[in-house]
Design a protein around this ligand. Structure first.
Ligand code: UDP
Ligand code: GLC
Length: 381
């Protein structure tokens, strides 16, 4: 099957990491079309021998919070890109739009080329995340032009339907992972801690772009309720214009006198080694997380996870069986769970082990890619 994948940016967020895994089985005959070469995605695709091309010559001016007027104004700017994608898609069996802006372009291109469109929805379409106009645009285009809407969790599916999306179009497909990549090694645990100069500390890792809704400030605040030897590792950088938030986080650390207990490591491509070095991984999103790759990755690394109880995270973690859920935006409760894990290492390790076994089966890439293959086959049949 020949698939034309579309993604609006070249940055490496969870939706893009998921796309790499989705596109892999089609690499002999697919193309990933990017609308910008503004990050490492192009090279990551090339490294995996997945054909990739940058299709746009100028950045698209619409943002998540854009109004209808701004959206309409950008349509003129988009028309050369839409025409290019429409022409290109004649060579493919199907268009697979991986992001919101890819849906806008893919929907109109599919109208001209009469190729079926699949929309992979990685976001919760609600006002926590998007302007009302942007939610309406996504739902209207998906309802009219998409043959299928793949959602990355039941929570994402429910939000799509709540926003007016057609339930009959949707299928829930979780992100897939190759468990072998995440197998933990005791040696790495010690080596990385030595490198960080943090031997003997209780390390709580947070792996995410620095963004207000990802709630790194909640973890920093939670340290006040934890024993003194607890250190937070913040892994990730601001991906989408969130420099103000980064500044706020540094100020918060200074004001609370926590400079010795918070490490900012920036964006890292050795997430697995860093996760393995952690005693606990915290997920702290204050808005519902659509899926939450980091939660599953931590489980696959055999690391215990505490996650914010909203959105897709609720489908991934079961308290006291595969991790712990805490109310979003509650640093005290988070601090209590961190302290409890610190005080009960054996019990915590048992939970982490159970989660690792379950996640290796439930989110295995081969199982997930088979689900996608069936959906795509049905779509072009
Ligand atoms: N990640 C990474 N380097 C970093 C921070 C995060 O490679 O420094 C990865 C992380 O391992 C995960 C992805 O970025 O696979 C984030 O995906 P998630 O679904 O958790 O959140 P998103 O940012 O997509 O909302
Ligand atoms: C998006 C979501 C994240 C999800 C990822 C992969 O980036 O924010 O929750 O895990 O897509 O589906």
């Amino acid at each position: 099957m020949k698939v034309l994948f579309l993604n609006h940016c070249g940055k490496l967020g969870g939706a893009e990491l998921c796309l790499i895994n989705t596109a892999k089985p089609y690499r002999d005959s697919c193309l990933v079309g990017l609308f910008a070469d503004d990050g490492p995605l192009y090279h990551w695709l090339e490294q995996q021998h997945i054909p990739v091309q940058v299709l746009a010559t100028q950045p698209i001016g619409v943002r998540k919070e854009s109004s209808l007027l701004q959206g309409l104004a950008s349509l003129g700017q988009l028309s050369p890109l839409i025409a290019k994608v429409a022409l290109l898609s004649h060579e493919y069996d199907l268009i697979f739009a991986n992001t919101h802006k890819a849906l806008v372009v893919g929907a109109l291109a599919s109208l001209f080329s009469r190729r079926p469109l699949v929309y992979c929805l990685h976001d919760i379409l609600s006002e926590d995340h998007f302007s009302r106009t942007n939610c309406r645009i996504a739902v209207t285009l998906a309802n009219h032009f998409a043959s299928r809407v793949i959602t990355n969790s039941k929570a994402t599916q429910a939000a799509f339907v709540q926003a007016g999306g057609r339930p009959d179009l949707t299928d829930v497909v979780y992100n897939g992972f190759e468990p072998e990549i995440y197998q933990s090694h005791k040696v790495e645990y010690r080596h990385m801690r030595q490198q960080l100069g943090l031997e003997g500390r209780f390390l709580v890792g947070h792996f995410s772009r620095l963004s207000t809704w990802k709630g790194q400030h909640i973890l920093i605040e939670a340290l006040r309720y934890c024993p003194e030897d607890v250190v937070a590792l913040l892994v990730g950088d601001a991906l989408f214009d969130e420099q103000d938030y980064v500044q706020q986080l540094h100020e918060q650390v200074s004001v609370l006198g926590l400079k010795e207990r918070v490490r900012f490591l920036g964006f890292r491509s050795d997430v697995v080694s860093l996760m393995v070095a952690c005693d606990l991984v915290a997920h702290t999103s204050i808005a519902p997380e659509p899926f939450g790759r980091v939660i599953v990755e931590a489980m696959l690394c055999g690391r215990p996870v505490v996650a914010a109880q909203a959105g897709g995270a609720v489908e991934l973690v079961e308290t006291d069986r595969t991790g712990w859920l805490v109310p979003p935006g509650d640093p005290q409760r988070l601090g209590e769970v961190i302290s409890a894990c610190h005080n009960q290492p054996e019990y915590t390790a048992t939970i982490a082990y159970q989660a690792q076994i379950q996640a290796s089966q439930r989110f295995h890439l081969s199982v997930i890619n088979q689900q996608i293959a069936q959906l795509l086959c049905r779509t072009i049949a």
